[in-house]
Design a protein around this ligand. Structure first.
Ligand SMILES: Cc1cc2nc3c(=O)[nH]c(=O)nc-3n(C[C@H](O)[C@H](O)[C@H](O)COP(=O)(O)O)c2cc1C
Length: 183
């Protein structure tokens, strides 16, 4: 099972990226290969429908997303929505990259929860024919601390992340076997 994760913050030390890295380690614990693309490091040019030639970084992202069995996207909550860099990356994608794939959405907000960005992300995934995982993960004020090993300090958050990842994996396994024809 191949999982691809995209960290949608353009900020060093972003809490959404730290959470995604932690999820990556949980997946490793399940012996699942997970690739994490951090958009802060892998710069993508601004999407334009006029550009027919894709940059090598864009092609890399599209190829790796296309080959994934499941996808996890993380975003900071910006003005009640997802970040510009994540939206830019998603604008390059179409149903051929996402259709039939389970998607787990993760956000970090300045307020207690970041439901708007999660709702927007799920809506984009629905438009690309992705299959939204039943749970999503939101961190916000009071749950954004990580220890030196990158483990969330909030025990309740760790439990919620475990449960959300577990459901995402059940969905990913089911879809890998059952509904390949959706892709
Ligand atoms: C441009 C901008 C817009 C933001 N808009 C919101 C918002 O609408 N709601 C909110 O709760 N926090 C908002 N914040 C705060 C961020 O969501 C918060 O700092 C979050 O932890 C950023 O995630 P990161 O640590 O992954 O970068 C905003 C921050 C910035 C820079």
């Amino acid at each position: 099972m191949k999982i691809v994760m995209i960290a949608g913050s353009n900020r060093q030390g972003a809490t959404s990226t730290l959470l995604l890295r932690y999820i990556g380690r949980l997946l490793q614990g399940h012996q699942i290969s997970a690739t994490c693309i951090e958009l802060n490091e892998l710069e993508l040019p601004l999407y334009s429908p006029d550009n027919e030639e894709l940059s090598p970084n864009v092609q890399y992202v599209l190829d790796i997303v296309k080959g994934a069995d499941g996808l996890i996207f993380a975003t900071p909550e910006y003005h009640g929505s997802i970040s510009g860099v994540l939206k830019n990356a998603l604008d390059y994608m179409n149903v051929s990259h996402i259709s039939g794939k389970p998607v787990l959405s993760v956000s970090s907000a300045g307020g207690p929860v970041g439901v708007s960005s999660l709702t927007h992300l799920q809506s984009i995934m629905r438009n690309l024919h992705g299959v939204n995982s039943p749970e999503w993960i939101s961190i916000g004020a009071g749950s954004q601390g990580f220890d030196a090993e990158g483990v969330p300090l909030d025990a309740g958050l760790r439990e919620r992340v475990d449960a959300a990842v577990e459901k995402f994996l059940v969905l990913t396994r089911s879809l890998s076997v059952g509904v390949m024809s959706l892709r």
